[in-house]
Design a binder for this molecule. Structure first.
Ligand SMILES: O=C(O)CCC(=O)C(=O)O
Ligand SMILES: [Fe+2]
Length: 216
């Protein structure tokens, strides 16, 4: 008899371990995707996606917006979380209950039962956009995980070690997939490879990514 740990999970909804503290929940956001995408567009109408500059002066290829109590920003002064959108001078749009509920539920399925996000970074990748290997380390409490939702076009996620030199694994992420990393994996380097051109029925020629964080 072969032991199949995933025997009771439908193929399109498997939970796949990456390493200690990190899992992919395939399709976990697929059902809610239409509402999530509509909410992203509403958010963009208030706090528009923008290509920010790194402290080194490089313009990021991904366009970002945020919602929640805090938003992640970068400029010549550095990386940080702040309560106001620097473009509008107003607070970020509040985090919709639909967003926080989904993030809390999925974190708990991944083994992080008390996750309550106070920040959601909304990434919009267009063909040619990527995000280089980095650590998410501007948050205060590393006992809280990161919950990362993929919508629209597929993009290859890279998940590496706690040092930049460790060779990352490449994981193709599809519409509706969610990656959660925390615990021993919380400070692992990660990023996404250049988005290939394509057309997705729900997002057109782009991929959206939501990363839920506990900033403070
Ligand atoms: O787009 C992704 O899948 C990863 C995004 C990410 O790592 C981030 O926003 O910090
Ligand atoms: Fe990240």
């Amino acid at each position: 008899m072969t032991l199949d740990l995933f025997a009771d999970q439908p193929l399109e909804k498997r939970i796949e371990p990456i390493c200690e503290g990190a899992v992919i929940l395939r399709g976990a956001a697929a059902e809610e995707a239409p509402e999530l995408i509509e909410t992203i567009r509403e958010n963009f109408a208030v706090s528009p996606p923008r290509q920010m500059k790194t402290p080194g002066g490089h313009t990021m290829s991904v366009a970002m917006s945020c919602c929640g109590e805090y938003g992640w920003v970068t400029d010549e002064k550095g990386y940080r979380y702040q309560a106001e959108d620097p473009v509008t001078g107003r607070p970020w749009p509040s985090m919709p209950a639909r967003f926080s509920k989904l993030a809390t539920e999925i974190a708990s399925q991944a083994g992080f039962p008390d996750f309550v996000p106070d920040a959601c970074l909304i990434n919009r990748y267009e063909p040619g956009s990527k995000m280089g290997l980095h650590q998410d380390k501007d948050e205060v409490d590393f006992s809280q995980p990161i919950v990362s939702v993929s919508l629209g076009l597929p993009q290859v996620f890279q998940f590496g070690g706690t040092t930049r030199s460790e060779r990352p694994v490449k994981i193709p992420l599809q519409h509706g997939d969610v990656v959660v990393w925390g615990g021993a994996s919380r400070l692992r380097y990660h990023g996404v490879l250049t988005l290939k051109a394509g057309n997705h029925p729900m997002t057109g020629a782009c991929r959206y990514n939501l990363t839920f964080r506990r900033a403070r």
